[in-house]
Ligand binder design. Structure first.
Ligand code: GDP
Length: 456
């Protein structure tokens, strides 16, 4: 069975960190660009196409992130014909790399070879950045829109010759690869860190006991990361749920030694050690000020969350509608979190908790491919007034996911963008990509004047 995640297996490269492959047809300036990245003339520049070069990767570092950059121009595939060769190189890059930099020549517009490569890259399981080289003048830059038909987003303009903006491309590369974890983690069930947070007596320990009930096994008690804390692991549906500091919620029953100790402070500490927080609210009482504090804290900590209205059995019909509206209002900090109704007493609804935890954990770790993100941006950009001051309206040029856990989307703009517009963009992102149960960050980076002119 092919091991998932071990991309580098298909190449003979000795690599350090994630692999960034530079693809594109001959003579677009791949080697020159790679040299610019490396800041030295290490790879050989051959003006004539098809010259065999050393296929090894070049280890490099940018913003203290280490990765390996590979000039696929050095790969000599067996395919016959220039188009077939460059497509084969792109296919190999898609298998071997964690990120692909597709270089095109701004002065020629998209060629048949570019279109053939783009077709392959649109199916690539890794992010693709399009870089338009030879943008040596504003008139050339004005022609870049023609490359949008490649379906991989708007290209980043650079001039490898002048060194223009290669730092910007490296910023974008690093934003993609910095969070890639190479497969050193052992195979096995994925593990999700879970904290149960809530005021005393809302039913946290009762819920946990239900979750750990007969149909599932508590796999083990593992020492927690905090001193004197104990984590308990429940295995269910092929996932290990590590409940952080269950002593904090369990011991209370046996040894009621002051609610403040096992109360808020302790559950907040657990929040920081978890991926997902289950926020438990007493449905009979409705969300209180303390519940609001917990919700706000969870949102601030950048954790995924599920809100559980427990003791649902004590709520009568009339209260229910009112209660839901109240939760929406008071817990607006976590408006993105799914809301579950449970009774730890009868067991009703408890079976939905772990699947919801698994789902929101996935959203928390979602990386939307750059091409999809930029396709989305092109759709929504005209529908959202961006605000911004100055004679020219602000434009959004490019979007990328800088990190996950939680997802952070960086939008490169030509000028300032109002907070209102940022919120609208976040709403649109959620409409398109979901992100159920996770906070997301939308960061706008304004690049005044022309894109890529560094230091103004
Ligand atoms: P914790 O302090 O949040 O861990 O709360 P506990 O789990 O110790 O529960 C506090 C009290 O509420 C106990 O008397 C439970 O029996 C009761 N309780 C917990 N969940 C429910 C529920 O869903 N419905 C009802 N009616 N009582 C509950």
């Amino acid at each position: 069975m092919p091991a998932a995640g071990s991309r580098s297996k298909t190449t003979a490269l000795r690599t350090r960190g994630p692999v960034v492959a530079v693809v594109g047809r001959a003579n677009v300036g791949k080697s020159t660009l790679v040299n610019r990245f490396l800041g030295r003339r290490e790879s050989i520049e051959h003006p004539e196409p098809g010259v065999t070069r050393d296929p090894r990767g070049y280890p490099m570092e940018w913003g203290s992130v280490a990765f390996t950059i590979v000039d696929t121009g050095g790969w000599e595939p067996r395919a016959r014909g220039l188009t077939a060769k460059v497509v084969a190189q792109a296919e190999r890059a898609a298998r071997a790399a964690h990120l692909i930099v597709f270089v095109v020549d701004a002065t020629t517009g998209p060629t048949a070879d570019d279109i053939a490569v783009a077709k392959t890259l649109r199916r690539a399981p890794v992010p693709v950045i399009v870089v338009a080289n030879k943008v040596d003048s504003p008139s050339v830059e004005a022609e870049l829109f023609a490359f949008e038909r490649l379906g991989l987003g708007r290209p980043l303009p650079v001039s490898a010759l002048h060194g223009r903006a290669s730092g910007d491309v490296l910023d974008v590369i690093v934003s993609h690869v910095r969070d890639i974890e190479l497969p050193e983690e052992p195979e096995g069930e994925p593990e999700i860190g879970v904290a149960i947070a809530g005021r005393p007596n809302v039913g946290k320990s009762s819920l946990f006991n239900r979750l750990a009930g007969t149909d599932r096994s508590i796999v083990d008690e593992a020492p927690g990361t905090t001193r004197d804390a104990v984590d308990e692991v429940i295995s269910a549906g092929g996932t290990r749920f590590r409940f952080v500091d269950t002593a904090g919620i369990r011991r209370k029953v046996k040894n009621a030694s002051g609610p403040e100790y096992y109360g808020l402070v302790r559950s907040l500490r657990a929040v920081d050690e978890a991926d997902v927080v289950i926020i438990v609210i007493d449905a009979k009482e409705g969300p209180t000020e303390q519940d609001q504090k917990i919700a706000q804290r969870v949102a601030d900590s950048g954790r995924a969350a599920v809100v559980v209205l427990n003791k649902w059995d004590l709520v009568d019909e009339d209260q229910r509608m009112f209660l839901e509206r109240e939760v929406e209002e008071k817990l607006h900090f976590v408006s993105w979190a799914p809301l579950l109704r449970t009774s730890a007493l009868t067991g009703r609804g408890v079976e939905r908790i772990l699947p919801a935890v698994r789902r929101v954990r996935e959203s928390w770790d979602t990386r939307v491919p750059t091409a999809q993100l930029n396709a989305w941006l092109r759709e929504v950009e005209d529908r959202i007034p961006l605000g911004g001051r100055g004679p020219r309206p602000t434009k959004l040029r490019y979007a990328t996911m800088a990190r996950t856990r939680p997802p952070e989307v960086v939008l490169f703009s030509t000028g300032s963008v109002s907070d209102q517009a940022v919120r609208a963009l976040e709403r649109r992102l959620r409409e398109r990509f979901g992100f159920e149960g996770t906070p997301i960050k939308v960061v706008v980076r304004a690049r005044p004047k022309r894109y890529g002119v560094r230091g103004r």
